[in-house]
Design a protein around this ligand. Structure first.
Ligand SMILES: Nc1ncnc2c1ncn2[C@@H]1O[C@H](COP(=O)(O)OP(=O)(O)OP(=O)(O)O)[C@@H](O)[C@H]1O
Ligand SMILES: [Mg+2]
Length: 457
């Protein structure tokens, strides 16, 4: 998984010529070089940027390089430190290596050698960070499932995603369980300018209050019992990328207040730290709760709600866009198939799927198809292969029956899909005139289904 595409290097050396040399010779589009002439300057940069490799002269005008090294290990535990030393400093260099420096180079050094060391140091940092990101739920959004569907409701969702993706505005995704909120979040990240940076999904329901705070913000050595080394939180790991808070309705009031501050200022403080740090993160949120009602009940922070509710995208339930079912079914038949085996579904089985009410939405449909594929005979899913559907799929109304209108709409969508949008053919199969078909398409809001391709792409 490649989530980083540029190295951040900080060169701390009081020689202006050395600084210039690094910038002139070693900076390139994939390697950003910042320079600091003093310990104080370096500390300021470390507060506001995620640094991968620090090249550090052991002798600085305002402080000892080893002291600064300790500070770097505290504030940027992932950064690899490469020391520049004179011949007289070999003992100090050995001491620094013992204390965790990645390598040292004695002056005078060749640029070629310096470049090699920086690259090797970066490979190590990258591995550690990638492991950490994976452990924290980083997702390779390029492998995210496609957002399938051509119903008017889904087209509207797709339009909103396209418009909001390139901005840094927080987005709140709402909708019933299984409607595709996670798929939509991955799509927003993938279409954003941050697409090649980390996309981290964190589920607020999985953490207890204290754990989430230290996971999010990180902590300093000695911040609490057991904190024997400092720990990088999710926020700095997501720097330049996107952080997606799933089930945000589960977030405690205290953490909502702390996050509100990050949303407003980009600043946060690690647990046990006196200094504030800055991050550049885009936030996405999802919930299947009615947050406005949670606010009224005093379970959700008013100001936080307004901050995350700037741009809301509601994912419609599947029963309100049954015309997407054929495309979704074909997509799942395709994407879930193993060893090149191909599957088909009989018209009667498809009718069955179109009639169901899908309380578990797209997730339920996906599961039904997966089971159907196991029970398929000769690669054909018939009604018999959908026993789970018969059992779990309820009809939409409390009366236990669909209305004629619902059935008519679903049937028209199904036939249109089968003839790939050809209206003359559809009208013929349905036994009605073209004009009547057009009227019904308008009435049912199905005009756009004519453009539907078999895989809905
Ligand atoms: N439009 C879609 N196109 C393709 N697959 C979809 C679509 N919507 C949902 N899915 C699939 O349905 C399943 C559920 O989707 P997802 O996890 O995004 O739902 P959710 O709204 O986040 O649900 P929950 O509230 O339970 O977390 C996943 O397997 C996802 O790949
Ligand atoms: Mg989800």
């Amino acid at each position: 998984m490649s989530i980083f595409n540029s190295i951040e290097v900080l060169v701390v050396d009081d020689e202006p010529n050395i600084q210039k040399l690094f910038v002139r010779e070693l900076a390139n589009p994939g390697r950003n070089i910042r320079t600091a002439g003093t310990g104080a300057e370096a500390r300021a940069i470390l507060r506001s940027a995620a640094v991968d490799v620090v090249v550090l002269d052991i002798r600085l005008p305002d402080e000892n390089g080893l002291g600064l090294m300790e500070h770097i290990q505290e504030t940027c535990p992932h950064a690899a430190i490469v020391l520049i030393t004179g011949y007289a400093d070999v003992d100090t260099a050995v001491q620094a290596m013992k204390a965790g420096a990645y390598d040292y180079i004695t002056k005078p050094f060749s640029l070629e050698r310096m470049e090699q060391v920086i690259e090797r140091a970066y490979q190590k940092v990258r591995l550690v960070r990638e492991n950490e990101l994976l452990r924290h739920g980083a997702v390779d959004s390029t492998k995210a499932p496609k957002f399938i569907g051509h119903s008017a409701a889904v087209q509207q969702v797709r339009y909103l995603i396209e418009r909001v993706a390139p901005t840094d505005t927080p987005v709140l995704l709402t909708g019933e369980s299984g409607t595709g909120k996670n798929v939509a979040a991955a799509a927003i990240h993938a279409q954003s300018l941050r697409a090649d940076q980390p996309f981290i999904v964190t589920n607020c329901a999985n953490f207890d209050k204290e754990l989430l705070r230290s996971e999010l913000f990180g902590y300093c050595k000695g911040a609490f019992t057991g904190a024997d080394r400092s720990h990088e939180g999710l926020l700095p790991l997501a720097h330049k990328g996107t952080l997606f808070f799933d089930e945000v309705g589960e977030l405690s009031l205290e953490l909502q207040a702390a996050l509100l501050r990050v949303l407003e200022t980009g600043r946060f403080r690690r647990v046990g730290d006196k200094e504030e740090r800055h991050v550049d993160v885009r936030f996405l949120f999802a919930t299947n709760r009615d947050l406005a009602r949670e606010v009224e009940a005093g379970r959700f922070h008013d100001a936080f709600y307004h901050r995350i509710n700037v741009f809301t995208i509601e994912l419609p339930p599947l029963r309100e866009r049954r015309e997407d079912i054929p495309a979704l079914v074909e997509y799942f038949l395709h994407s879930l198939a193993k060893n090149g085996q191909s599957y088909q579904i009989t018209p009667a089985a498809m009718q069955q799927l179109m009639k169901s009410s899908w309380p578990g939405n797209v997730r339920e449909l996906r599961n039904v198809i997966e089971r159907g594929m196991i029970l398929a005979e000769g690669g054909v899913i018939g009604v018999k292969a959908l026993p789970f559907c018969q059992k779990t799929c309820r009809t939409p109304r409390e009366t236990g029956f669909s209305t004629l209108e619902e059935l008519e709409r679903a049937h028209i969508a199904l036939v249109l899909h089968a003839v790939e949008g050809n209206k003359s053919k559809a009208a013929q199969i349905l036994g009605i005139g073209r004009k009547t078909l057009y009227r019904k398409l308008t009435e049912f809001g199905l005009e756009s289904s004519t453009a539907m391709s078999p895989l809905g792409q």
